[in-house]
Design a protein around this ligand. Structure first.
Ligand code: ZN
Length: 512
């Protein structure tokens, strides 16, 4: 009996586990058994592997093959194990050297013609391989660019299984497979026009609100009539946020890799901006789905901005499903056999019309909605999710005077101020385990040593007494006042910071 072992990666969410793929060839009746918790797609691997091996000129049909994926307790899914199974089987059949394939991780699907095919999740798989100390991974030609995003791992490829067999056979005395060539046409994305906040005319309040949101990590609601530029503003929030670290950027791309997105050839450090349509299902927004548990929009926006345009048009249940990820920074999907966790640390930006017809702003002279319609609309943007939104701001239509104004600050200038404000927050909260004002629980800000003097909170206290804001609204105003102080370089908020924060609490609300 002969045995050969090679490696593959089992993914659970974006976390991967390197798996040993072990093949025994016995002398009994021909068969091809696969053990170690395979899912339906993986259980069909023997057919694909047999056909691919035949096309590579090495028939496995007359052999008694037993393949084990260990550790057996980890569930394994998808078609990405095909190549490793074929390599282990062919090495066990002595069609190629067993010692050469032993340390190499193989991640690709096999076509019946022996072609190595793309699989989703190559980036998290290569990251997991590196984490486990593996230094050599073989992927399909289409996946080379994605695999190369990970430093410190040798990436090899082959068009067909037959080519890989020949390459392994040609190895002499401890040499390794050649590194994959640089892709002939590297995926150059359209450079396009870079977004900048200086493109937005007028909208001083909204720009200031965006700066506060970026500085303190506050969730934001923009309300205004159609065509006022809410989307333009929202998509520019990422241009004033601090750049991601390489580790954060890789984590975000790893999520996108699982949903089959084409990844850039180079690591992009700008935070992601993800804008799902209002018809999105709960699974599309927070993750799940009927077969494999896929990450939703909130995870694809990890470390960046999740923008819900026409937020009142999303199904209420879909919006409420966002509460858990906003609270914990992750999505947990429980299934019968496993729990999958996806990261989901996002900044939420909601945009909404002031009323169903969109004209109910200012004196609302042109609004055609009935009062009941306006109330129902406003009710959709209330409740527990809105409790997490610290800033609400109105975005009016742009006037002619706005269009002729001198261009205001650029994104780069604002980003520099945001960074200074973030450094101040980190210095203040670090030892308590927070980095941003938006993460600080309300009670902390209401008690010594962070409690503000009565003179500073007078207007806020009065708003609470008059019932203009709730207790939770009170805490949100405090959080925002600290961010305002950090932006203006003050050690402690003044009454003007509190006044500004209170304005952003009360003025933007969708009026019933
Ligand atoms: Zn209306």
């Amino acid at each position: 009996m002969s045995i050969a072992v090679t490696r593959a990666v089992a993914l659970r969410g974006i976390a991967g586990h390197v798996v040993d793929v072990e093949c025994h060839i016995g002398h009994g009746l021909p068969c091809f058994e696969l053990g170690g918790l395979p899912d339906t797609a993986l259980r069909q691997a023997p057919q694909r592997v047999r056909a691919a091996a035949l096309s590579a000129g090495c028939s496995l049909n007359a052999r008694q093959l037993t393949v084990n994926l260990s550790p057996a307790a980890i569930p394994k899914h998808g078609t990405g194990f095909d190549l490793a199974i074929a390599v282990a089987a062919l090495a066990a059949a002595e069609a190629m050297p067993a010692d050469a394939v032993r340390p190499v991780v193989h991640v690709a699907e096999l076509g019946l013609d022996g072609r190595l095919r793309h699989v989703t999740g190559v980036l998290p798989a290569v990251l997991a391989a590196r984490e486990a100390g593996c230094r050599h991974v073989v992927v399909a030609p289409e996946d080379v660019t994605e695999a190369r995003l990970v430093d410190g791992v040798r990436i090899s490829t082959a068009q067909r299984l037959g080519d890989l067999v020949s390459a392994y056979r040609a190895l002499r005395g401890g040499s390794r497979l050649p590194e994959a060539d640089e892709p002939v046409s590297p995926t150059t994305r359209e450079p396009g026009r870079t977004l900048d906040l200086a493109d937005v005319s007028g909208q001083h309040e909204a720009r200031a609100a965006l700066t506060l949101a970026a500085a303190g990590g506050h969730h934001l609601l923009l309300t205004g009539p159609p065509g006022s530029g809410k989307t333009m503003l929202a998509e520019r929030l990422v241009t004033i946020l601090p750049p991601l670290t390489s580790a954060q950027a890789l984590e975000t791309l790893a999520v996108r890799s699982l949903v089959g997105a084409v990844l850039p050839g180079r690591l992009d450090l700008s935070p992601p901006f993800v804008a799902p349509h209002h018809s999105a299902s709960t699974a599309a927004l927070v993750g799940g789905g009927s077969g494999a548990v896929l990450p939703g929009a909130v995870s694809q926006a990890h470390h960046g901005v999740l923008f819900l345009d026409e937020a009142a048009e999303f199904a209420g249940s879909v919006l409420q499903a966002l509460r858990q990820p906003l609270e914990s920074g992750q999505v947990v999907v429980a299934r019968a056999r496993q729990r999958v966790t996806y990261p989901a640390r996002v900044q939420l930006v909601l945009a909404a019309n002031p009323c169903p017809c969109g004209e109910g702003y200012g004196k609302a002279l042109a609004c055609r909605c009935r009062p009941t319609e306006r109330r129902a609309y406003a009710a959709r943007l209330s409740g527990p999710l809105m409790d997490r939104v610290d800033i609400q701001v109105q975005v009016p239509k742009v006037s002619l005077a706005d269009l002729s104004e001198v261009p205001p600050d650029t994104s780069a200038e604002i980003a520099a101020r945001v960074q200074v404000a973030r450094d101040a927050q980190r210095a203040r909260w670090q030892r308590h385990g927070w980095t941003l004002n938006s993460q600080v629980p309300g009670p902390v800000l209401r008690r010594a040593p962070w409690r503000l003097p009565r003179g500073v909170t007078a207007t806020l206290d009065r708003a609470l007494e008059l019932g203009q804001i709730t207790g939770r609204g009170y805490d949100r105003v405090l959080r925002l006042a600290w961010t305002s102080a950090d932006l203006f370089g003050r050690d402690v908020p003044t009454s003007s910071d509190v006044g500004l924060a209170l304005m952003y609490r009360t003025q933007g609300a969708v009026a019933a």
